[in-house]
Design a binder for this molecule. Sequence first.
Ligand code: NAD
Ligand code: DAU
Length: 342
Amino acid sequence: MIAVEHILVTGGAGFIGSNFVHHLVGHTEARVTVLDKLTYAATRESLTGLPSDRVELVVGDIADAGVVDPLVDRVDAVVHYAAESHNDNSLADPAPFVQTNIVGTFTLLEAVRRSGVRFHHVSTDEVYGDLPLVTDEVPAKRFTEDTPYRPSSPYSATKAGSDHLVRAWVRSFGVRATISNCSNNYGPWQHVEKFIPRQITEVIEGRRPRVYGDGRNVRDWIHTDDHSAAVLAILQRGRIGETYLIGADGERSNLEVVRAILRHFGRDPEDPAEIEFVADRAGHDRRYAIESGKLRAELGWTPRFADFESGLADTIAWYQAHEDWWRPAKADTEASYAAKGQ
Ligand code: NAD
Ligand code: DAU
């Protein structure tokens, strides 16, 4: 187990990064420095309530070596969440995805190469492309650590590129790094551009959920706190150079998720008029599914939120209680979706 006295968390003011910072403060004694550019996806509020003697926010860009190098020199480990993260945005403008996800990761890797600091790279199951929706295989195929890379979108291609950089820096330069590829997260502090918060807030606002295409696409949902626990386990006990897939057996079609949200609000989930079908996403991946046996067997991780419906109910309650937080972003987000027919 490595001593994690002081950790640099990149992207720690975003959705999953901020949840990880809360998890670290609750489950370790570590001091945390957050490096975050505070893009549209970040909020300082996500870090409120944390002890100021243990958590510090530095506003800066991971692609700026002048900012990154001195911070990396101060810490025992870097956990790298910062990214442009939304597929739809990557279709509209891929440039910031290349800059942050590839050049930013390269900048961090060069810093840890020089300093010898432990590095954990947070990545996505989307690097593996998608799986067929209908298959004769029993059990149905899932992603494993050995699945070939086949990314579909500019977002997932840049995440795949960043994973390749990490592996090359491990092999060629002996950087002490691990990688995790996780499935779709849900929970508090997720931007309203993403599927679950968008649908919850649409229903709160008295509108209908918006489903792309036929709604049969499948995502493998995991509560973000389970993701945090897995990343901490990998940071502390994972084998250097290894990749771990993180997933909680949470496969649901988009229609199933939307119906669960409607049911929660007392609306009729079986009434087709309750759902608005909108333009599909270009290149829309059909199905993601994670086989997380390696993580469970090697590191003893299991998800705490095994019941998706109850995790979803907690998340809906959180959005109902935090209207002040999401409302400022909602109108602009919906205007930009409306411009695309979504
Ligand atoms: P997010 O968009 O909510 O947060 C990203 C954070 O990174 C924001 O705080 C943003 O300000 C920061 N950031 C962006 N560019 C930066 C830069 N150049 N320098 C410094 N900070 C910058 O994203 P998220 O959903 O929390 O995802 C976090 C990470 O987890 C990403 O690497 C993503 O690929 C990965 N991931 C996400 C999911 C998911 O379901 N959301 C699943 C698996 C993996
Ligand atoms: O699998 C992990 C990935 O999950 C992460 O790497 C990404 O950062 C994260 O954004 C997420 O990507 P998705 O594209 O799967 O998530 P999103 O929330 O954008 O969409 C989930 C599904 O819902 C997808 O099939 C598209 C669909 N969708 C999305 C929106 C916003 C809709 O049907 N309607 C919508 O309004």
